[in-house]
Design a protein. Sequence first.
Length: 489
Amino acid sequence: MPDFETLIHGRSAISLDQAHRLRELVADWQLLSDLSFADLVLWVPIRKDIKLWPTGHVAVAHIRPTTAATVFTNDIIGEEVSWGSRTHIDAALSSGEIIRDSEPEQFGDLLIKEETIPVVFEDQVIAVISRHRNADLMRSPSKLELNYREIAHSLYRMVSQGSFPYKDAGSLFEPVPRVGDGLIRLDVNGVISYASPNARSAFSRMGWKNEIENHKLGDVAEEVAKNSPNPHEEGVRTRLNGKVLRRVEIDNQGGTIDLLVLPILKDEDRIGAIVLLQNVTELRRRERELVTKDATIREIHHRVKNNLQTVSALLRLQARRIEDPSAAAALNEAVRRIASIALVHETLSSSSENTVAFDEVLTSLITHALELSPRMGQLRIERKGELGSLESRMATPLSLVVTELMHNALEHGLAEQGSVLSIELQRYSNECVINITDDGVGLPAGFDLATSSNLGLQIVRTLTENELNGVLKLESTASGTQANLRFPL
């Protein structure tokens, strides 16, 4: 299906600002469709120059109501109509007036009534909305339907006056509560003239025992929110008087309600407001659980790090008391491996995400490796490239693999003077590549990684294949040895 810009490009002379205004309208018009129980189609005039008379109209957007059955089974986006074939659209564009007094027409098995609304921006009609609804459903409307339609008429009038969508709404409409979740209608004084059944139920669950209509919404909200655990910076009564576009959340022990206040304007005068509301009690409960769970996980990582550092310190003390050099070296290698795991947990304990900024971990691993090397001061480690953030399940084995490869190069693969260890990192869309290159004498003749008795290399091979699902290659180069590690993302 063609996108909005593609449908307009080459067909219409509307400006970038006008196109942006139409995108804002389309973003918010589910509200209009639901309130009027109607399918809405947005038509843009076809003309190469704004000074020329349109040759027709093209449908660039279509929305179906969630409060009633659609009257169009197929999308009509992209459909073009010539000037004169849809007189109601022509009339709305030409006059800048809403065209309502049209006779219903048979459309398949349905009798459909069409109304057209001009879309005004900066005192100019830039498009037309056609509204299509089942005429049979209009004959005996309920109180809810009557109120919804009256509100819809007011909002369509605002569209034709250029005051809807609201200017500078920002993120207030994200996400927009649905009409079916709850709606309250306020008069010019902020008194509730109508509340949908779901709106009444929401306040009833929060402890309001009386009939909600004929009370000021601000008073009702202030009463149910007086025991709120989250006091508001500004009084609830003022925030819900209907005078200003705003979003308000009230809560108490009974639940949490999210309210979106939409002032209704006629010309420059405010004549009332509607309030869309949604019971978000369960959503906020889950959010609090997630926050608690995240905090718990970070605390666990912090304690694991502390425990690993304690184990590392104990092993280091034990190594100092052992006289056998080979046993002491084995304990020191265990200390080094534990430290690399602790670095990952330290990063996770300070992160709000379940990912690890591996480049930071690598910096610490490099510093730690140089500090432990007996040739400290004679060595230099160069690094190039970045890996970015990795999942924690990958970061721990990768840190061990890199630690072992660096240690192996520092211990066996560097020249005597001015030694340089190179670490090159590359990240692609589906894999990561790490090359660790030294300037030593290279691998011994007949070396085979699969049969090597070196414990560190056995650890590296096992972690690479089993934890990273990757491939490791060790090969001699003209200047030393290179370890090439590849693993998928």
